[in-house]
Design a protein around this ligand. Structure first.
Ligand SMILES: NC(=O)C1=CN([C@@H]2O[C@H](COP(=O)(O)OP(=O)(O)OC[C@H]3O[C@@H](n4cnc5c(N)ncnc54)[C@H](OP(=O)(O)O)[C@@H]3O)[C@@H](O)[C@H]2O)C=CC1
Ligand SMILES: CCCCCC/C=C/C(=O)O
Length: 485
């Protein structure tokens, strides 16, 4: 095993401040998608382990140490955790690239710094969460509200940005005084487990952060646990619906960040070269394994061929390789299943939908590599234009009538993100206002910031992460009346 993986590798679960293999005997292998080799194995948690973790989180939530901790002290813990992560940024980035497959440019340029930024941003909020007073029409009464934590929160995370998405949830959950049980995706548990070492070193009290590993059954057990007050989930729309149904039945709080099929609108006057560069990044970042990936390019018919040819040439020039290689533009996809799913959509686009597939060399190498596929002349009804692929498969769709653009862009179950490319900022903003998506970027590749709300409309989710939205999502309002008479 390479040194950077071995160093400080944690493979045990973290429950009540202790590393443990749990009560079961089952294990789950985790693979290096760049080679297909097994990196290590992690425990398959049992229902008893889930119960132990939730009980520990519940005790910690009620403890004087955590419940009574002053906001400034919670802020300091988050700042210390941020410093520890930043100090080990390089080795966390290398571990993420090994376990997830993302190129170092992403893990060290986006995943780890974004996680550090979130910890610092929410440390800032810990001391600024205020209530309101209101002039009630009742004599001799003082009325105010308090924002209080929810309790034990289950954080169920996906495999595309394992560390970053975990911290989107963890930082606001802790800043607001909750305790958590984390379940990472079974494909990518390693940076989550390694973070527990830093949680311990930062001095976060035992039981406040717990991690259980395993498959979907572990996630289900967490969602169903009566002492879990909230589920914060990022993943597929299918599982999101299942969680919403169960959490709704049990009247639990729930935040869901689900799938997407982002439209990218390129108007006739757009700077095509800038749009090609930005769309290549938006479409192929993390090999397209991004819920906000730009995947449906609506291009004015007069510029369709120019755009499609340049997009295909740019995609073909990308160098595939192991995430740790300096020369890699595109890493592998996370698993053999994701590779097969992407290749199946390429077949569907070519043989069933009948779209034009631009020249595409075969992928080489031992790992789960998929060469980008660019389709042009795509129509709205084709499966490649309708279904979330979560791989490097891009569809260019011509439009003749700008008046139909908004309806065509919105003709999808999803509504997570969209982008507009136009030199006319008035036109771009009018389109942005009418596209049904939680985030719209104008003339830019996808960006995220801890201060900018993030989440989807329609089948892309419920609730928002980041910014003040996440503080609201991890708290509840209590009304306090005082009799002054
Ligand atoms: N919005 C996004 O960011 C993401 C979207 N996706 C989409 O989902 C597709 C499938 O990917 P997949 O990994 O299967 O995504 P899932 O939605 O199945 O997995 C996301 C997380 O939920 C857990 N989980 C799975 N089933 C349940 C359940 N019934 N109750 C509670 N937790 C559960 C998973 O555990 P386990 O890993 O053990 O199954 C994982 O931790 C992708 O092809 C892509 O289209 C995937 C990842 C991220
Ligand atoms: C730098 C922009 C990257 C956006 C990635 C956000 C991914 C979220 C998700 O897939 O859930």
């Amino acid at each position: 095993m390479a040194d950077h993986v071995h160093k400080d590798l944690r493979t045990d679960m973290f429950i009540d401040g202790e590393w443990t293999t749990g009560t079961g005997t089952g294990t789950i292998p985790t693979y290096d998608p760049g080679t297909g080799a097994v990196i290590t194995e992690v425990p398959e948690a049992t229902t008893a382990d889930v119960n132990t973790a939730v009980e520990a989180a519940e005790r910690a939530f009620e403890s004087a140490e955590w419940a009574g901790m002053l906001p400034a002290a919670r802020a300091k813990l988050l700042l210390d955790l941020a410093d520890l992560l930043e100090a080990e940024a390089d080795s966390f980035a290398r571990l993420e690239s090994t376990d997830q497959g993302q190129p170092l440019g992403i893990s060290s340029g986006i995943s780890v710094p974004n996680a550090v930024e979130h910890l610092r941003y929410y440390a800032g909020w810990a001391t600024k969460i205020t209530g309101v007073t209101a002039p009630l029409s009742v004599p001799d009464v003082d009325y105010r509200t308090r924002r209080e934590p929810l309790g034990v929160c289950a954080l169920i995370t996906p495999w595309n940005f394992p560390l970053m998405i975990l911290v989107w949830k963890l930082a606001p959950a802790l800043a607001t005084g909750n305790t958590v049980v984390v379940k990472p995706a079974e494909q990518t548990p390693l940076t989550t487990l390694r973070l527990t070492e830093l949680v311990r070193r930062a001095g976060i009290p035992d039981g406040v952060v717990n991690v259980v590993t395993g498959g979907p059954g572990v996630g289900k057990a967490l969602v169903a646990h009566p002492k879990v007050a909230k589920v914060s989930f990022t993943g597929s729309t299918e599982v999101g619906r299942e969680i919403a149904a169960r959490a709704g039945h049990d009247l639990k709080h729930v935040s869901l960040e689900l799938g997407g099929k982002a439209p990218s609108i390129i108007t006739a006057d757009a700077d095509i070269d800038a749009a090609v560069r930005g769309n290549l990044m938006g479409g192929l970042l993390n090999s397209g394994q991004v819920c906000a990936a730009y995947t449906r390019f609506f291009v004015d018919a007069a510029r369709h061929d120019e755009f499609a040819d340049k997009l295909a040439a740019g995609a073909a020039s990308m160098r595939l390789g192991h995430g740790l290689s300096e020369n890699t533009d595109l890493g592998p996809v996370v698993s053999a299943e994701q590779r097969d799913q992407a290749e199946e959509y390429v077949r569907i686009g070519r043989d069933v939908d009948g779209a034009h597939l631009h020249d595409r060399a075969p992928a080489e190498g031992e790992g789960y590599f998929v060469r980008p596929a660019v389709f042009s002349g795509v129509t709205d009804d084709m499966r490649i234009a309708r279904e979330e692929i979560f791989g490097p498969v891009l569809s260019v769709l011509p439009y003749d009538n700008p008046d139909e653009l908004v309806a065509r862009a919105n003709d999808t179950d999803y509504g997570l993100a969209a982008v507009v490319w136009s030199r006319d900022i008035g036109v771009a903003n009018r389109l942005a206002a009418r596209v049904r998506a939680g985030t719209v970027w104008i003339n830019m590749p996808p960006f995220l910031d801890a201060a900018a709300s993030w989440g989807g409309m329609k089948a892309s989710g419920l609730g928002r992460e980041m910014g003040w939205s996440a503080i609201e999502a991890f708290t509840q309002v209590k009304s306090v009346w005082t009799n002054l008479a």
